[in-house]
Design a protein around this ligand. Sequence first.
Ligand SMILES: Cc1cc2nc3c(=O)[nH]c(=O)nc-3n(C[C@H](O)[C@H](O)[C@H](O)COP(=O)(O)OP(=O)(O)OC[C@H]3O[C@@H](n4cnc5c(N)ncnc54)[C@H](O)[C@@H]3O)c2cc1C
Length: 302
Amino acid sequence: MIQDIDVAVVGGGPAGLTAATYLRRFLRSVVVIDGGRSRARYIPESHNCPGFPQGVSGTGLLRRMREQAEAFEVEITTGHVDTIVREGEGFVVTAAGRRWRARKVILATGLADRLPEVPWAEAAIACGALRLCAICDAYEASDQAIAVYGPGAVIGGHAAFLRSYSARIALLPTDADLAHEAIAQAQALGATLLPPGGTLEFDGVHCHYRTPDGGVHRFDTVYPYLGYEGGPSLPTGLRLDSDDSGALEVDAHQQTRVPGLYAVGDVVSGLNQISVAVGHAAIAATHAHNALPFVPRAAAPG
Ligand SMILES: Cc1cc2nc3c(=O)[nH]c(=O)nc-3n(C[C@H](O)[C@H](O)[C@H](O)COP(=O)(O)OP(=O)(O)OC[C@H]3O[C@@H](n4cnc5c(N)ncnc54)[C@H](O)[C@@H]3O)c2cc1C
């Protein structure tokens, strides 16, 4: 049993839900297949999301975006898309024992953050003791005691960025690879370099860094920069262009090298932000609609 549709959207985060809403409003048949692990679910409260002057939680935003899509009768299915296979000029998409024959596919599969390997990571994110995105929320951490945790090769630049928000910045290296210009620059800006190889602890409110010699340093906020789990999540059956991090490269219409296959949001190389994801989605959905066969509307009765 296979279902024919205009567009299959893989991923139901801000990017996928926006694309689906646009497509239904273009009167196209569309299904969203979503694994339910949007990065946005971790957002305690976003203050840079357009239209929410009092802030909005990630789960609250996802709920509203889902409601908006469903108000236009978008079908949202829970499941993990395993394969996307080219069939003629379209695609066959398989998930959770179901199959769709789609003329176009929009990939909105996002990324999965690599978190510190501690059982308390999600609890610390929920209370802002761990933050994952300085562009998103460094403003809220202004003047706090902030630490940047990760490999020596990457933390220096992030520490320098955060230095404009607080005079109290510490570097917590996870390795001894410290001979980096960015680390020297951060130190020149007043950031403190702590000994590498310590452990992160959480007391329910704050994170602490215990150095190998037993020193304990308490922070209001720690930003781990540990990269993403295995790069973007992509169904098999696709060979696409990507940058050094594995993020997809697309053209000005968000189209990959495969005609009819679009990519939007964090899975695409660029700035990982909600406003960027919804912008990508609007561009891809509009291009996909214009590339689909024109369907003249029958005269309204009466
Ligand atoms: C702690 C935190 C705070 C943040 N704060 C902000 C902020 O304040 N402002 C801001 O603009 N951005 C913020 N972000 C970033 C923001 O969450 C992302 O940019 C945004 O969620 C990207 O949307 P997306 O739809 O591309 O991907 P996602 O929201 O990650 O959604 C991708 C979806 O695709 C699904 N999926 C993946 N693979 C498959 C598959 N094979 N089959 C089916 N489904 C699949 C996943 O389960 C997921 O539901 C924050 C991120 C984090 C982690």
